[in-house]
Write a protein that binds this ligand. Structure first.
Ligand code: MG
Length: 284
């Protein structure tokens, strides 16, 4: 099933999406409440309410206010790791560093916006705004010290994240947080598709900038797969319902072009992942 959060005359509601064009409101306080009580709500989910046309409501991020930071993975596609190293923007981690473990950072929950929302370019702070289309995992069942072999049982669903990045901040400050944390820098959506509907290890991921195809990859090329990421993140830290893990971006970001091309006001970035929908944002 697909679940969205939408704005209905100023009131946020969670709904399930029928045939990609109708949304049916659900009696859940918000998406995290739905995820937490999903097994209990299950049988009643499809029975409720008259649907409204999806194009008559405004979607917001499926989890508009995550309970804590978005977990993110850096350099998780080989061809992107190479373009990033070549760019000279790679801070503390250089070629030859230990690549046996994934690079993990976070984006603050406050930078999440939905599909259709404007993304600010923050011209007083950065002149090098870049996009990163990514598959994101949404945790359902909580767990700590989760073994690889059990990891997929903790996945509730999947969505798309654009890990928007201010490259100059990322480079200057020798870490990734500041460049990734600016307000509106985490478009997420358009909805969450439950794990039973998706084979996450084989999904086409494409990103367009103003209609030009920039990223064209398959999630099978992740260096650290989803079970590895869950095992790593849950080691000593409880993963909770509604936690989001952005799995990393493939090659084709603006930084990797020769010369690099960063986003400008008016640019539109569209990220599509097969089966998960389309995340579309204009930069202002
Ligand atoms: Mg990223």
């Amino acid at each position: 099933m697909k679940f969205a959060t939408f704005d209905d005359d100023g009131r946020e509601q969670v709904g399930w999406i029928e045939d990609d064009h109708t949304v049916h409101p659900i009696a859940a306080a918000d998406m995290v409440d739905l995820i937490t009580r999903y097994d209990e709500l299950g049988p009643s989910l499809q029975a409720r309410g008259v649907g409204v046309a999806l194009d008559g409501v405004r979607l917001v991020a499926p989890i508009p206010r995550p309970r804590r930071n978005i977990f993110c993975v850096g350099k998780n596609y080989r061809d992107h790791a190479q373009e990033f190293s070549r760019s000279g923007y790679d801070g503390p981690a250089k070629d030859g560093d230990n690549n046996d473990y994934p690079a993990v950072f976070t984006k603050p929950a406050s930078c999440v916006v939905g599909t259709g929302a404007a993304v600010q370019t923050h011209p007083s702070v950065t002149s090098e705004v870049d996009y990163e289309g990514e598959l994101a995992v949404v945790i359902g069942r909580p767990g700590i010290d989760i073994a690889r072999s059990d990891a997929m049982a903790h996945v509730w669903g999947y969505t798309i994240v654009n890990d928007v990045t201010a490259r100059d901040r990322q480079k200057r400050h020798r870490q990734w947080f500041l460049g990734k944390a600016l307000d509106t820098f985490c478009p997420m959506g358009p909805w969450i598709t439950t794990a039973d509907e998706v084979v996450a290890v084989d999904l086409l991921l494409q990103t367009w900038v103003n209609g030009e195809l920039r990223q064209n990859a398959n999630t099978r090329d992740l260096i650290f797969d989803i079970p590895s990421l869950i095992e790593t993140l849950s080691a000593g830290m409880m993963l909770r319902p509604g936690d989001v893990i952005a799995t990393g971006t493939p090659a084709g970001v603006g930084l990797g072009l020769d010369p690099p091309q960063f986003l400008r006001p008016g640019d539109e970035v569209v990220v599509t992942i097969a089966g998960l929908g389309t995340l579309r944002n204009t930069f202002v």
